[in-house]
Design a protein around this ligand. Structure first.
Ligand code: PLP
Length: 364
């Protein structure tokens, strides 16, 4: 069968390996498997969320509230922006998909960092757009600007803090950059790890309200999958001018967020204490990773997120190391598909991290 030719050069997204797969492939008991591969919150979600979701399970037979009023109100309050400036997606992934379909076509160019979230490229290829990448590993806004002038892309992606490298852009530099970009270029600021980044360094804090008040051509993305511990519920959001949100809505299927997910996200937003505790633990544990890397003479990229990227030397091969860890029940992310000889490890609980250090020492 012939399919749309835009699909020909798309490689399927490689997600972090699920625990179930390791159970099947290696016969390891689920309790002996530790997954530090998908940047999930090792403490799960707020207990308040579990209670609230349990209380409404009987609503499963009804279609969700498609106006999403409760979650929109909560986000509107949190970010101090009008509800008309918010779109909710099945993960922020879906908002990325909406944005690319709304703005790009087969004649478009989409500019992004050399190494960044793989889905930007996949969605760009859906519409046959050409992907342009910078050269440096970390975001370099001068390179972005030079390529912007050269190619006049329809869309620019800035992922701050960036996945899978963990670096972040100073908010001031970001605003200076945006001021030089013409109004017809859509700039997407992916803040999937912003809760972590702004805790580590307030200079990295990008405030969506300020962003969209200054710029009509910017879309800010956030997610409940990382700091809020709700990866399995699939909820993300976009904040932008009413005009942008209005167009994105044309691409949305009705009821794209389930009743349980809407409830979970709304309640998660109200328990900031929980998120804060998780973030504090994250950066305490990150210090242990930094010390471990120093001890083992492994390069580590300074991280503003809930993961660390360990850059291996020439005598070590990231795929083989990730595989050996996997056989011992430790799932991490091999970054060879990003053309890096590195592994990305989500910062886990104290015990999970200790186990990782132990196993990696054994292997190298
Ligand atoms: C995890 C992640 C997302 C989106 O996750 P969803 O689960 O779809 O909300 C978006 N961008 C980056 C950079 C991420 O790491």
């Amino acid at each position: 069968m012939k399919f749309n030719s835009t699909l020909e050069n798309i490689t399927t997204y490689e997600a972090g390996k699920p625990i179930e797969l390791v159970v099947r492939e290696f016969g390891i008991e689920p309790k002996d498997i530790i997954k530090l591969a998908s940047n999930e919150n090792p403490f799960g979600c707020s207990p308040k969320v579990k209670e609230a979701v349990s209380a409404i399970v009987s609503k499963m037979s009804l279609y969700p509230d498609d106006s999403m009023i409760k979650l929109k109100d909560a986000l509107s309050q949190r970010f101090d922006v009008a509800k008309e400036k918010i779109v909710i997606g099945s993960g922020s992934d879906q908002v990325i998909e909406f944005a690319i379909h709304a703005k790009a076509s087969s004649t478009s160019k989409v500019l992004m960092n050399s190494i960044t979230f793989a889905m930007y490229e996949i969605y760009a290829k859906h519409v046959g757009a050409t992907v342009i990448r910078t050269a440096s590993q970390e975001h370099n806004l001068d390179e972005f600007y030079a390529l912007y002038l050269e190619h006049k892309p329809e869309i620019i992606f800035l992922c701050t803090p960036n996945n899978p490298t963990g670096d972040a852009i100073d908010a001031k530099d970001l605003f200076d950059f945006l001021a030089k970009i013409d109004e017809d270029t859509l700039v997407i600021i992916d803040g999937a790890y912003m809760e972590y980044g702004m805790y580590r360094d307030s200079d990295k804090k990008v405030e969506p309200k300020e962003l969209i008040e200054k710029f009509n051509n910017v879309l800010y993305l956030g997610t409940f999958s990382k700091a809020y511990g709700l990866g399995g519920m699939r909820v993300g959001y976009g904040i932008a001018s009413e005009q942008i949100i209005h167009e994105l809505y044309k691409l949305r299927a009705p009821f794209n967020i389930t009743t349980l997910s809407l409830e979970a996200a709304s309640v998660a937003l109200s328990d900031e204490e929980f998120v804060k505790k998780c973030i504090i633990s994250n950066f305490e544990e990150m210090k242990r990773y930094e010390e471990f890397a120093k001890e083992q003479k492994i390069d580590i990229i300074e991280s503003y997120t809930n993961f660390v990227t360990l850059c291996l030397n020439e005598t070590q091969n990231s795929s083989s190391i990730a595989n050996k860890l996997l056989q011992k029940g430790m799932i991490v992310r091999d970054l060879s598909s990003y053309k890096m000889n590195a592994i990305r490890v989500t910062v886990g609980t104290v015990e999970q991290n200790s186990r990782f250090f132990e196993l990696l020492k054994e292997i190298i």
